[in-house]
Design a protein around this ligand. Structure first.
Ligand SMILES: [Zn+2]
Length: 382
């Protein structure tokens, strides 16, 4: 795995001076090579054999012409030389625009250097960089364990200095323990969801109170004469409750999703086709009220932020009809609240579905993480 980490650095005055010197040398290195390339191309482009045979100046040859370059990090110079060379090659292959001359007036200045013999490393609150020595670094984020720094880019932007580290590390296989922190959710119409342990995420009391109040005030509104003063006053009362309900619901959905993401590694849900369900008149009100869509969105970004996994069960999977004990498929009527099977299973319909979602979710998770589907829910967590 290769990743980038960016940190703010606070170089001293002498270090700043050297950093700017390096920016200058790197610019010079790059521009010298670009000028040479352009000149040679202009001279020889009609004679490919001459063009191809030309030996371009090497970094060490260029350095001989500009002695001050010996003062700065030689890896940074080589990297600049290589970057330009590659940019030129890619341009000829038609992959990108022609390389540009670098200007000292560019508001962002950078140079990149590569690690040799552990010469780039973090020690305490400092980072060691070639030629610069130890520079103060603001480590707002720790590097992964056992990683190695491959390259560092020093950047100046808007008067501030940054270092961007390219690091390489072995991704440690997720522990099987993670799987025990797996939860399956069946979205339900009464509470927000029922999980595979038969816990329900009930809407809070204050929310239910507001709902009752809304119903009462709505009824009152229906008795008023449209267009009358009292009607518009009552309408205001109703819309205020609506607003309040909306906020309360959002708040609840945030709390519920945060709880799950904090406590579980893998969260499995059904990939509901809400649009399809909304078309069904019977569902319309409840669906919009419980906001499965919003909840799913919250889960999506919160799991992503925390490095957890959200597994969406394919739509075709019959989570309601399948028996969570024996796997048999049974017909279930909409009005039927209990799931019964000839194997003896007898449990709440949503609980049964949640168990199936957890099981199917584990399978999907393993397929994705380990490329295997040999593990099943029953052989692992039950
Ligand atoms: Zn069964």
């Amino acid at each position: 795995m290769i990743r980038g980490y960016v940190y703010r650095i606070k170089p001293s005055h002498t270090q700043i001076e050297l950093i700017h010197k390096t920016f200058g040398c790197v610019r010079k290195m790059s521009n010298t090579l670009l000028f040479e390339r352009e000149t040679i191309y202009e001279m020889f482009h009609e004679y490919p054999e001459l063009l191809n045979a030309h030996q371009y100046l090497t970094p060490s040859r260029i350095k001989q012409d500009y002695e001050y370059m010996y003062e700065v990090d030689s890896q940074a110079l080589t990297t600049a030389w290589l970057h330009l060379k590659n940019a030129y090659t890619n341009f000829f292959k038609g992959h990108n625009n022609p390389p540009q001359y670098k200007s000292r007036h560019n508001p962002i200045q950078t140079y990149t250097t590569h690690t040799i013999n552990n010469n780039i490393r973090i020690e305490g609150k400092n980072i060691k960089l070639p030629k610069l020595g130890f520079v103060k670094i603001k480590l707002h984020r720790v590097l992964p364990a056992n990683c190695s720094i491959k390259a560092a880019t020093v950047k100046q932007e808007a008067g501030k200095y940054y270092v961007s580290l390219r690091i390489e590390y072995e991704e440690t296989k997720k522990e099987v323990q993670d799987v025990q922190r797996l939860i399956g959710l069946d979205y339900s119409l009464k509470s927000l969801y029922v999980d595979n342990e038969y816990n329900k995420a009930d809407y809070p009391m204050y929310y239910k109170e507001s709902l009752k109040k809304l119903a009462k005030e709505q009824k009152r509104l229906s008795r008023r004469i449209r267009g009358s003063n009292r009607y518009s006053l009552q309408k205001l009362v109703v819309s205020k409750i609506h607003q309040k309900l909306k906020n309360q619901r959002k708040d609840f959905l945030h709390k519920a999703s945060r709880y799950l993401v904090n406590n579980y590694e893998v969260i499995c849900i059904e990939d509901l086709d809400l649009k399809e369900m909304k078309k069904t008149k019977h569902f319309r009100k409840s669906i919009t009220d419980t906001s499965f869509g919003t909840f799913t969105r919250y889960l999506e970004y919160k799991t992503k932020d925390k490095g957890k996994t959200l597994v969406k069960i394919p739509k075709y999977y019959p989570s309601t009809k399948t028996c969570s004990k024996c796997g048999k498929i049974n017909e279930v009527k909409l009005s039927q609240r209990t799931y019964e099977c000839s194997c003896g299973a007898n449990l709440d319909r949503d609980h049964n579905a949640a168990k199936n979602i957890a099981g199917k979710g584990l399978e999907e998770y393993y397929k994705k993480e380990y490329g295997t589907d040999s593990l099943t829910w029953s052989s692992c967590a039950h």
